[in-house]
Design a protein around this ligand. Structure first.
Ligand code: RB5
Length: 164
């Protein structure tokens, strides 16, 4: 059993190592710098693109990263588009995955601790390179807290509803 700063028990999770990484055309200039930052910290990265020219459609990369989480090829995912919002909307359509856009270091920590997020989504147009790297690092180092598990169970129950 592990405990957080408040002395509450938290679920033990194996150390996050393998990352699924996906970006759209808005992140071309920062993509390699973010990857280098993470590789220096010994994370293994599977990069799903985008590596074409011109522009692309962010849902294609959200789907690939979400699949890597569901098939357990990756421990956590990182998605970057212009705002992080399109990527999170698309990834959250995939049953079994929780993706969250984070706008500061606090939300990067909380989506892991409270929301059990598998994937962090960030905005290349709304965040500095340094801000993106720091948020990813905080997200990867934060662990889910057991006291929130009832809420996550309810989210999983909602996923089972096919239609009204
Ligand atoms: C692409 O122009 C832009 O819409 C996309 O990167 C993202 O910000 C969508 O949420």
């Amino acid at each position: 059993m592990c405990y957080n700063n408040e002395g509450e028990s938290i679920v033990f999770m194996h150390k996050v190592r393998r990352l699924a990484f996906g970006t759209d055309h808005t992140a071309i200039k920062i993509r390699d710098k973010v990857k280098n930052y993470l590789q220096k910290r010994e994370y293994e990265i599977e990069d799903f693109g985008f590596y074409g020219s011109g522009s692309c459609d962010y849902p294609d990369f959200a789907l690939k990263v979400a699949k890597a989480i569901l098939t357990k090829r990756a421990d956590r995912g990182i998605l970057i588009c212009g705002t992080g919002i399109g990527m999170s909307v698309a990834a959250n359509k995939i049953k079994g995955v929780i993706a969250a856009t984070c706008w500061d270091e606090n939300t990067a920590r909380l989506v892991a601790q409270h929301n059990a997020a598998d994937i962090i989504c960030l905005g290349s147009r709304t965040t500095t390179l340094n801000g993106i790297c720091r948020r990813i690092e905080i997200f990867l180092e934060s662990q889910f807290e057991e006291r929130h598990s009832q809420r996550i169970k309810k989210i999983k129950e909602i996923e089972k509803i096919v239609q009204y």
